[in-house]
Design a protein around this ligand. Structure first.
Ligand SMILES: NC(=O)c1ccc[n+]([C@@H]2O[C@H](COP(=O)([O-])OP(=O)(O)OC[C@H]3O[C@@H](n4cnc5c(N)ncnc54)[C@H](O)[C@@H]3O)[C@@H](O)[C@H]2O)c1
Length: 361
């Protein structure tokens, strides 16, 4: 029996503090959590794109939304202390590799000090029992080899984004060792169980991020133009957005229920056969979109990107009983379904909820 972590009873009425709720993954997770009856407080800057899944799905009607900066420690503290969450999921970040070349200082400020501020806030908020810090598969020292990275391998990161997320991992491990192993003085409750989650390249309906493969394709399809591919041979672990989100939900639940046993790093990636090259993904998308969608190769100068990146998810399979449910083909079908609904002016909140239903059933 596959455990997707979807335990509605567990989430019903549970207080969750989610940073980055206005982003692509954050909006999907807000919809999923509120569907299960969780009481969600979101903390993030305004949606990073126009259009955005957050606005298209009217997420602000479903959760308490605070528009503020993770670099502002006192604002973050005030928001979390007011919300009194049991579960904290940290997704707010500057998540773009190319932007990190353009804005390294801001990338480190948000991704590194944002993590410090989050964990510092957790220290001072007695209600928290579980923290999931969302980093990335790019946090590993990339050896350009064909094997998947395991959680016990070295942190690294070639570009500022990847290295800032590796720093976020190291900070989380240091906070866990220094502050979250013993109960606070005079407290009978255990310390919060703090974990990190490393997922692969996430795809799904409603991502409008710039310089991302699938959003670039969708924008081109909607305009009836060809897609320009930068690195057609780069291999990535592609997965539908609901895959890592199910991992974060499962991990958070186990952290609350079993505490420090799960307070560690976890990979949530696709099955091996879904680590495909960019060219394969785009030709599949073109084929499923129809309307003579096509792509060209852009041979211009591009910043460094790794050629190989795979995750070994044996640990999540063995100890969390997590595994991916939708293969890449199904994920691409779901993107085409979502985007055609967008094109037809349908209620996109309902489309997302239907996709969540289909994923969980
Ligand atoms: N999308 C992917 O393929 C992918 C893969 C691996 C990891 N991740 C990680 O998942 C998380 C979410 O990614 P996403 O794809 O949803 O990105 P996104 O750009 O869609 O969303 C980023 C979110 O962070 C918020 N944010 C940015 N700077 C902030 C600041 N200074 N203060 C407060 N909020 C701020 C934005 O407002 C937004 O809500 C990130 O941590 C990212 O690194 C994403």
């Amino acid at each position: 029996m596959i455990d997707t972590g979807i335990d509605t009873d567990f989430w019903k009425g549970r207080s969750v503090f989610l940073t980055g709720h206005t982003g692509f993954k954050g909006a999907w997770l807000s919809l999923w959590l509120s569907k299960m009856g969780a009481v969600v407080t979101g903390y993030a800057l305004s949606p990073p794109t126009v259009p955005s899944l957050y606005e298209l799905c009217r997420v602000d009607e479903l959760i308490a939304s605070i528009i503020a900066d993770v670099r502002d420690l006192s604002s973050l503290k005030a928001a979390m202390i007011k919300a009194q969450p049991e579960v904290v999921i940290h997704m707010a970040a500057q998540p773009m590799v190319r932007d990190s070349y353009r804005m390294p200082v801001e990338t480190y400020a948000v991704n590194v000090m944002g993590t410090v501020h989050l964990l510092e806030t957790v220290r001072h908020c007695g209600s928290v029992r579980a923290v999931v810090n969302v980093t990335t598969d790019k946090c590993y020292e990339n050896r350009e080899w064909v094997w998947g990275y395991r959680e016990n391998e070295a942190m690294g990161g070639y570009d500022p984004y990847a290295s800032s997320k590796a720093c976020s991992e190291l900070i989380t491990a240091a906070y866990r060792r220094s502050f979250f192993t013993l109960s606070p003085p005079h407290s009978l409750t255990p310390p919060p169980a703090v974990a990190t989650a490393r997922a692969g390249n996430v795809i799904g309906g409603g991502d409008w991020g710039k310089d991302r493969l699938v959003p670039d394709c969708i924008r081109a399809f909607l305009k009836g133009e060809p897609v320009h591919l930068r690195n057609p041979h780069a291999i990535r672990p592609w997965q539908h957005v609901l895959e890592p989100l199910s991992g974060y939900l499962l991990l958070a639940r186990r952290l609350v229920q079993d505490g420090v046993r799960f307070a560690d790093a976890w990979n949530f990636g696709p099955e091996d056969q879904d680590a495909r090259d960019v060219g394969w993904v785009v030709s599949k998308l073109c084929e499923k979109w129809g309307n003579s969608a096509k792509y060209t190769i852009d041979n211009g100068d591009h910043p460094h990107e790794a050629a190989y990146l795979k995750l070994d998810c044996s640990k999540a399979r063995a100890y969390l009983n997590w595994r991916s449910r939708w293969n890449l083909d199904t994920a691409i079908d779901a993107i085409v379904w979502w985007t055609k609904a967008y094109q037809d002016g349908m209620d996109l909140r309902q489309v997302c909820l239907d996709q969540i239903d289909q994923y969980t059933n």
